[in-house]
Design a protein around this ligand. Structure first.
Ligand SMILES: Cc1cc2nc3c(=O)[nH]c(=O)nc-3n(C[C@H](O)[C@H](O)[C@H](O)COP(=O)(O)O)c2cc1C
Length: 435
């Protein structure tokens, strides 16, 4: 066995002499030009929102700001998930434990982030997911998100339970690639009306959500006594003193309601009950396919069998989603479910993935395992809560720069070059062990 030893002291004639305390440091008069270069004082940012957002380097930072600026029950409504929140942790872990395999010495100065979804080129593989009650998170609401999406050439999906109408979104983002997320109800007149309005407003895609036969049990909301719209109780009144600007904005902007179905008779509880229809069946999808003339995606698919069935009924693609862990807890992580779904539907179908995307490099992993693009929900809602429209823009900037840097460090020149060989997921792939 070789023993590790310190190198012997070299006391030969050329050895560097030991330090001598008497050797003087050479000094000079400071040069103004050098001092000017060293001084990096910047004008202070006086706008508190801009200051907060500039300091946010990750989606996690935006989440921390959102927690400080939004009433607890509203923050928990966004951040929380169903039951024991097992699925939400699984979603994150699948991304975190996927290892990247880079290729070096490819020129990657200006990678092309864009991709094509349903025949339309978009700036990067990202879609703003449908989220209900968005004006509750911040008064700027859905129209702010739609504007950010349009400005950046990305699709925005408005929820059936959005707090802005399809017409308001169209007016806010007339050039946007606007999608409509549909909850089919057992009321045909209402379904027809929603589709007619989405069509008339120029929406390009309908996303049918199928994982909401009943509402998931989100314990934080139950414990916080969250009501939609938020109501004034003693607890919320006390809350006001901690979040005055949120409450002032809420009380001085139009009421938070299910905007697209606002004319439907009944209380919001009646409408909510109608929207979660446990009777939804495959025949309804057939009807929808026959009725909606443009792109139709089905959101909430987790198994190859379901993916094949919805494609056989004429869907153009699927969204591999567990609703961000907000519906059935204990489902597989979406990243894990993705490869088998892609294999089942073939290369031509549109496959999106959501649930747990909080880093631009999560997008790389999803694409490597078969997605065409991801949807993000909470990531942009944290931005919205942290700083309204500018916060959504900041969330996108963070995801985009992480995605771009991920491509470059992997040695890739474009989204199209991402391939299964660039990732090692922590789970076996269909038809073989983990690569
Ligand atoms: C506050 C909130 C509200 C949501 N509302 C809807 C909705 O109305 N319709 C729908 O299909 N999905 C809804 N979702 C699910 C998202 O579309 C998406 O599937 C999910 O947020 C993805 O997970 P992520 O938040 O980890 O990105 C909602 C999600 C959140 C966080």
């Amino acid at each position: 066995m070789t023993e590790l030893r310190d190198a012997p002291a070299d006391n030969g004639p050329d050895a560097v002499p030991a330090p001598d305390a008497r050797v003087k440091t050479q000094r000079q008069v400071p040069r103004i030009s050098e001092v000017r270069e060293l001084l990096q004082f910047r004008a202070p940012v006086l706008d508190p929102v801009a200051r907060r957002l500039a300091g946010a380097l990750t989606i996690g930072d935006l989440r921390r700001i959102a927690r400080r600026t939004t009433p607890r029950s509203v923050f928990d409504y966004v951040d929380g998930a169903a039951d024991e929140e097992l699925t939400v942790r699984k979603n994150r872990a699948a991304f975190r434990n996927t290892v990247f395999v880079p290729e070096f010495l490819n020129p990657v100065a200006d990678p092309d982030l864009s991709t094509v979804i349903s025949g339309t080129r978009i700036a990067m593989p990202l879609v703003f997911a449908p989220t209900g009650y968005t004006r509750m998170m911040h008064h700027a609401g859905e129209t702010a998100v739609a504007r950010v999406a349009a400005r950046n050439n990305l699709p925005y999906a408005l929820s059936t339970v959005g707090t802005s109408t399809v017409e308001e979104v169209r007016d806010a983002a007339p050039t946007g690639n606007n999608w409509f997320q549909l909850y089919l109800t057992n009321n045909r007149a209402l379904n027809d009306e929603l589709l007619d309005r989405a069509l008339a407003a120029g929406f390009t895609t309908v996303v049918l959500t199928i994982d909401t036969a009943v509402g998931g049990r989100r314990l934080k909301d139950v414990r916080n006594g969250l009501t939609i719209p938020p109501s004034l109780t003693l607890k919320t009144f006390l809350d006001m003193s901690r979040f005055p600007s949120w409450w002032i904005n809420k009380l001085t902007t139009p009421a938070i309601e299910f905007a697209s179905v606002r004319d439907f008779p009944g209380s919001s509880a009646d409408v909510a009950a109608l929207l979660f229809d446990p009777g939804l069946a495959y025949a309804d999808l057939e009807w929808l396919r026959a009725t909606w003339p443009h792109t139709l995606l089905v959101k909430g698919v987790l198994s190859p069998a379901d993916a094949r069935r919805v494609m056989a009924l004429g869907a153009d693609g699927v969204v591999v989603s567990n609703h961000g862990g907000r519906q059935l807890d204990r489902t597989p992580a979406t990243l894990e479910a993705l490869p088998a779904v892609r294999q089942a539907v073939g290369p031509d179908a549109t496959v999106l993935l959501d649930s747990g995307v909080t880093h631009g490099q999560d997008i790389v992993a999803a694409i490597a395992l078969g997605a065409d693009a991801v949807m993000v929900g909470r990531a942009y809602l944290y931005g919205l809560m942290a700083g309204g429209e500018r916060g959504v823009e900041r969330a996108l900037e963070i995801l985009r720069s992480e995605y771009q840097r991920g491509l470059q460090l992997l040695g890739l020149r474009s989204t199209d070059e991402i391939d299964a060989r660039h990732v090692r997921p922590p789970f076996p792939l269909p038809g073989g062990p983990a690569v």
